[in-house]
Design a protein around this ligand. Structure first.
Ligand code: AMP
Length: 113
């Protein structure tokens, strides 16, 4: 399988602003931000979408959420932010490498479209 778009960014093969990296995941600025802060938290492991994850991934999935929290603190979002995972094309997923959207820095309406 060829590397995903996000893996190519992690490897520096295509441009992107990496704002966090550890042994399990990395985070980049979204190229088309929907809020003043729009970060994507991405596992290094290329899982296409949440529904493809397995019991082997339980710890990794928790790590992604925990990392999202830490990044939100780093960006001083005052504990007001939204985490989104689009799962599948009909749910708005366009890059098939699991990622959590972290949106903040403005008031966020509900429900989303
Ligand atoms: P989703 O639609 O949930 O799969 O989210 C994919 C996200 O990746 C979108 O918010 C895009 O704006 C973002 N995106 C696409 N290409 C890039 C890129 N080259 N660098 C950073 N973010 C990107």
């Amino acid at each position: 399988m060829p590397d995903s778009l996000f893996t190519k960014i992690r490897k520096g093969e295509i441009p992107g602003k990496i704002i966090f990296q550890d042994e399990l995941c990395f985070a980049i600025e979204d190229i088309n931000p929907q809020a003043p802060i729009h970060i994507l938290i991405i596992p290094i492991k290329e899982i296409e979408k949440v529904s493809d994850s397995t019991t082997d991934d339980v710890e990794l999935l928790g790590h992604l959420l925990h990392t999202s929290k830490q990044i939100a603190q780093d960006y001083q979002l005052d504990n007001n932010y939204r985490l989104i995972i689009n799962n599948g094309a009909k749910a708005g997923q366009s890059v098939f490498h699991l990622h959590i959207h972290l949106l903040g820095g403005r008031d966020l309406n509900w429900p989303p479209g």
